[in-house]
Design a protein around this ligand. Structure first.
Ligand SMILES: [Zn+2]
Length: 131
């Protein structure tokens, strides 16, 4: 994952473009986060693509030992989401009791962490059950 793509994607999200990736104009492969080079055909001709934001859980794991700064959130569930548009992405599952493979989910913006020094609240994409 290219850091500049993540930063660019985050700026777009802040402008209201939720789950924005890219689509190859030559082979139609979808990328999330947005890519500058198609992973399938190598083309540099990519355009913005707004994902539906829905998908299903492909695999998941409950995190009981968190990395530094996230200790107070354990236990929490992290899943690989297979988006309805095709690509897979990793995200935390929220607002859910028990999860299962194949469970329908939708994206949402939720608090990611609070910067200890500045107090700035950072948000990121998470997924919650549909309905
Ligand atoms: Zn391509």
């Amino acid at each position: 994952m290219n850091v500049s793509n993540v930063v660019m994607g985050w700026r777009r999200i802040r402008k209201g473009n939720f789950l924005l990736g890219s689509k190859c104009r030559k082979c139609s492969k979808l990328h999330f986060p947005a890519a500058r080079l198609c992973k399938k055909c190598g083309s540099r001709e990519l355009e913005d693509y707004r994902f539906k934001g829905t998908g299903k859980i492909y695999a998941y794991s409950e995190v009981r030992t968190a990395s530094s700064g996230f200790e107070k959130h354990v236990p929490y569930t992290v899943a690989i989401i297979e988006l309805d548009d095709g690509p897979k992405m990793t995200a935390q599952i929220v607002e859910s009791g028990k999860v299962h493979v194949g469970m329908k989910v939708e994206s949402c913006l939720r608090k990611y962490y609070v910067d200890g020094d500045s107090g700035i609240i950072h948000y990121w994409i998470k997924f919650r059950p549909v309905g």
